[in-house]
Ligand binder design. Structure first.
Ligand code: ZN
Length: 481
């Protein structure tokens, strides 16, 4: 067995050659398990697919057993899609414990016609495996399994204790996470958390994500009248709710499209010069970003022009209307609307206190109401952003492991999205460092049609994780310190 069976550019240290070789040797089995998982339409957002999510959990049990984990089982909560856990905890009390996270549920398929092959029939084309869940996040499960199996095959033991948790409802925002943590958190206590659910910077260029934005929402209702009235008789003197709502919404942003709510962003963490330089060095061609997101030709980017696009996407908050209750155009009549309701969805930046931000927004909306119209604001769920300083023993372990696996240093990345699991689990384990990486690349199109996994990068990610376990073990004292 030689390293030629691994993708090019890997630079495994000599003393871990046997682990890398075992990982390469297990890849056909990993691929088989991945394809079996992808064939199960575990769409957590569709209640009629609950049985499929359960079937997928049962299949994950098979995968974790094949990896060599012990005590593999479904963890159930009433009304929640099943989680799966397993562990291997024979490295001794002095060895660190690593919690490996992924999720086995998937997004709906979107428009089936836009897929180049059936979404739940894994199909290889040009070095990529197409299918819903190939990248997000079923390959994440197999990366964990591959790393564990490699050590057990090569050495008969792991260098650290490992616990694995595979969630079944990440794609619907983990609605039962806090209940899960309260019920099972004790069984998962760890020194380091690893999530294989993030995006790499480029194909063949790994990423390590150190910040996730938080999320919050508000429901805003504007009322001008007790009931709709004739627009011909009353229009011109009596305000309608849709015009009032429109004026209210325009107060949320300035002419650049940057947030204009006074105080809303006051506690956003100021970005150190060094970090700003780092993001600017990463900043891609705006034209390429436009193409990736498919912006229409004349449309410009929004936000504070003094901040880079990546800073706006990762480290600044947003306030976005995502729905409005108004009559559809086909049913519009000549009346002044009496009441209009809008949903505002916010992404919160590192540093922001969600309660403070959202009460600031609520007070602004009430105060900005035109013409004395009634404004009611109901605040919904809110979760703070998560961030760790890119550094420290766990981070260094990950940089070393990824650099060896990909042959190039990982990029330190932010992420505009939110992963509910990260903050609460890190907090529950005394601020345990979280290593956020993954097997997606920008072409993976997670959540979209034709989702795919780059097969070589998948092996590199799995290898990176196997190497990480050694790097974490080597830093046991620093981690505890
Ligand atoms: Zn995911």
């Amino acid at each position: 067995m030689t390293s030629t069976d691994l993708p090019t550019a890997t630079a495994v240290p000599d003393h871990l050659d046997d682990v890398a070789a075992a990982l390469a040797a297990w890849q056909p089995t990993a691929r088989h398990h991945l394809e079996e998982l992808v064939r199960i339409p575990s769409i957590s957002a569709q209640p009629d697919h609950a049985d499929e999510v359960r079937r997928s959990a049962e299949q994950v049990v098979e995968v974790l057993r094949a990896a060599g984990l012990e005590h593999v089982r479904l963890l159930e909560l009433d009304g929640a899609h099943p989680y799966v856990t397993g562990e291997w905890c024979h490295a001794g009390d002095d060895a660190p414990t690593v919690l490996l996270y992924a999720h086995h549920d998937v997004q709906p398929v979107g428009t089936p016609d836009r897929w180049g092959s059936a979404p739940f029939e894994p199909t290889e084309r040009d070095g990529r495996l197409y299918g819903r869940g190939t990248a997000d996040d079923k390959a994440g499960i197999l990366a964990h399994a591959s790393a564990i199996r490699a050590w057990l095959d090569a050495r008969g033991a792991l260098p650290v204790n490992v616990r694995v948790v595979i969630e079944g409802e990440e794609e619907i925002g983990s609605p039962n996470l806090h209940r899960f943590l309260a019920t099972y958190g004790d069984q998962l206590t760890s020194d380091v958390i690893v999530l294989t659910d993030l995006v790499n910077w480029k194909l063949g260029w790994p990423g390590l994500t150190y910040a996730l934005r938080g999320m919050a929402d508000a429901t805003v209702t504007v009322r001008t009248l007790d009931q709709p009235v004739h627009s011909g008789m009353w229009g011109g003197a009596v305000p309608d709710a849709l015009t009032a709502m429109s004026r209210l919404l325009t107060t949320l942003h300035d002419d650049d499209g940057a947030i204009a709510v006074p105080g809303f962003a006051d506690d956003v963490r100021p970005m150190p010069r060094q970090e700003r330089d780092r993001l600017e060095a990463l900043d891609t061609d705006p034209e390429q970003l436009r193409a990736e997101v498919r912006m229409r030709d004349q449309v410009r980017f929004i936000g504070d022009p003094d901040r880079s696009l990546l800073e706006r996407l990762w480290m600044q908050p947003t306030i976005t209307p995502t729905g409005m209750d108004v009559p559809p155009v086909a049913q519009a009549s000549n009346t002044l609307l009496s009441e209009v309701t809008t949903k505002l969805s916010c992404r919160l930046a590192p540093g922001q206190d969600p309660d403070r931000a959202m009460t600031t927004l609520r007070d602004h909306l009430r105060g900005a109401a035109p013409w004395g119209v009634e404004v009611e604001v109901e605040l919904g769920e809110r979760n703070r952003a998560w961030m760790m300083e890119p550094g420290g023993p766990a981070w260094d372990a990950a940089v070393t492991a990824l650099t060896a696996a990909y042959g190039r240093e990982p990029a330190a990345l932010g992420c505009g999205g939110s992963i509910p699991f990260v903050g609460p689990f890190s907090d529950a384990f005394g601020g345990a460092p979280c290593l956020l990486w993954g097997i997606e690349d920008p072409a993976s199109n997670a959540h979209g049609e034709d989702e795919s996994l780059h097969l070589d990068d998948f092996v590199r990610a799995s290898l990176g994780e196997a190497l990480l376990l050694a790097e974490v073990a080597d830093r046991a004292d620093d981690l505890r310190g």
